[in-house]
Write a protein that binds this ligand. Structure first.
Ligand code: SF4
Length: 356
C-alpha cells in the first residue's frame, strides 16, 4: 500500500501547505493544482511547468491516484457505465455514468458506496451503506470519465450527484470535491451545470444554503402526500414532507435559480391525476421545476407507467404553470439509469452491447 500522500482531492490551500512543507515556494502549488485538475496530467513527469528536480521529487514523495476502471458497459444510446475500484485497503467498487449528448456530456457520480437511505424504488438501497467516499474519490470519478473520453469531449460538461449515495450524508467530502469541480481554475464545471440530488436531508439543505459556490439543488419527492412518501422513502419519517418543503421555501435561490423536484412515477402508486393535482398544491409558492422519471425496471416489485399516463400527469402540472419535463433515463440496457446503480453486474452483463 502506498503511504505517500495522494494529491487528488486536495484543495488549492492543502496543496500549498504540502508544497511549502517540502520547502518549495507556494506558487508551485497553483501550477500543480492546474496541471492535475484543469489539464488532467496524472503523471508528475508530464508537468512541464515544474522544474525537473521538483517533478522527480514529487514522484518520490506524492502520488496522483485515481479510481481504477474495472469495467465499462456501453449502452446502445452512447451512455457508458463505469465500475471503478477504490483505494486499496478500503474495499468497495463504485459506479459512474457518462452520458454524451450533441453539445455536452453529463457525468453522474456517486458520493457513497451503497446507501443507507433505503428508498424502496432504488436498487442501490439494497446494498446498504458500504462507506462514504472521500473527496479524492468523488473528484476522481469525474477526472476518470473525462480522461477516458478525452478525444470525444464536447465543450460543456454537466455533473449530477445522483449516483450511489445520499450526498448530504457525506457533506464535508462532497463539498470539498465540489469546490474543486466547480472552480474555474481547476476542473472548471459551471455551478449552473451541476446538480446535487437529495432525498430530503433538511440539515444538509440548510448548510448548503450558506455555501458561496454550490450546485443546483434537486429534491427527490416521489409522492404527493406525506403518508404516501412514508411508504417509499422511510427517510420521510425523520424529515417529514411538510418540514422539507418549509426548508425549500427558506432556501435562498439566486436570480434564475430553480429548485428541481424529481418524481419517480410508480404505476398504480403515485401516478394518478389526483396525485398530480396534489403535487401542484405541494409546490405552490416555490420556484420549482419537476422532472418526471418513469420508473426504470429493476429487480424490485414496481411497474413502469405507460407513456400516455405519464403525459397526462405532466399535462396537469403544466396547466397549473409548473414547469415539468419527462426524463427518460439513459443507459437502461446496462443498468445505468436512475435507481439502477447497484453493482448489478450479472444483470448488466447480460444486457451489455459492447464493453471494452
Ligand atoms: S434514491 Fe438515492 S438516497 Fe434513495 S436509496 Fe437510492 S441512492 Fe440512496
Amino acid at each position: 500500500m502506498n503511504s505517500v500522500p495522494n494529491l487528488v482531492g486536495k484543495s488549492a490551500e492543502e496543496l500549498r501547505a504540502f508544497v511549502e512543507g517540502m520547502g518549495e515556494p507556494g506558487y508551485r502549488a497553483a501550477q500543480i493544482y492546474h496541471a492535475i485538475y484543469a489539464e488532467r496530467r496524472f503523471d508528475f513527469s508530464a508537468m512541464t511547468s515544474l522544474p525537473a528536480a521538483l517533478r522527480e521529487r514529487l514522484a518520490r514523495e506524492a502520488t496522483i491516484a485515481l479510481p481504477r476502471i474495472l469495467r465499462r458497459h456501453h449502452s446502445s444510446d452512447g451512455t457508458v457505465r463505469y465500475v471503478l475500484a477504490l483505494d486499496e485497503g478500503k474495499p468497495a467498487n463504485l459506479e459512474t455514468v457518462f452520458m454524451p449528448e450533441e453539445n455536452r456530456q453529463t457525468i453522474c457520480i456517486s458520493t457513497q458506496a451503497g446507501c443507507a437511505v433505503d428508498c424502496r424504488f432504488c436498487l442501490t438501497a439494497t446494498l446498504g451503506l458500504i462507506r462514504n467516499l472521500s473527496a479524492a474519490e468523488i473528484v476522481g470519478q469525474v477526472l476518470v470519465a473525462l480522461e477516458n473520453n478525452r478525444e470525444a469531449l464536447k465543450p460543456q460538461t454537466n455533473i449530477v450527484l445522483m449516483g450511489q449515495g445520499e450526498p448530504l450524508l457525506n457533506y464535508d467530502a462532497v463539498m470539498a470535491a465540489l469546490r474543486i469541480l466547480l472552480d474555474q481554475k481547476a476542473v472548471g464545471i459551471a455551478p449552473r451545470h451541476a446538480a446535487l440530488s437529495t432525498s430530503g436531508i433538511i440539515p444538509g439543505i440548510e448548510r448548503l444554503a450558506h455555501e458561496k459556490v454550490r450546485p443546483n439543488l434537486a429534491i427527490s419527492l416521489n409522492a404527493s402526500s406525506s403518508e404516501q412518501r412514508d411508504q417509499v422513502m422511510p427517510i420521510n419519517r425523520k424529515y417529514p414532507l411538510k418540514k422539507l418543503l418549509e426548508a425549500c421555501r427558506k432556501y435562498p435561490l439566486k436570480p434564475r435559480e430553480w429548485l428541481l423536484f424529481e418524481y419517480v412515477l410508480l404505476a398504480g402508486f403515485n401516478d394518478s391525476i389526483d396525485d398530480a393535482r396534489r403535487v401542484v398544491q405541494l409546490l405552490a409558492n416555490l420556484r420549482a421545476k419537476v422532472n418526471l422519471i418513469p420508473w426504470n425496471p429493476g429487480d424490485l416489485p414496481h411497474k413502469r407507467p405507460d407513456r400516455n399516463h405519464v403525459e397526462e400527469f405532466q399535462r396537469v402540472l403544466l396547466e397549473k404553470g409548473v414547469p415539468c419535463f419527462i426524463r427518460d433515463s439513459r443507459g437502461q440496457d446496462v443498468m445505468a439509469a436512475c435507481g439502477q446503480l447497484a453493482l448489478s453486474e450479472a444483470a448488466a452483463s447480460s444486457a451489455v452491447h459492447a464493453s471494452s
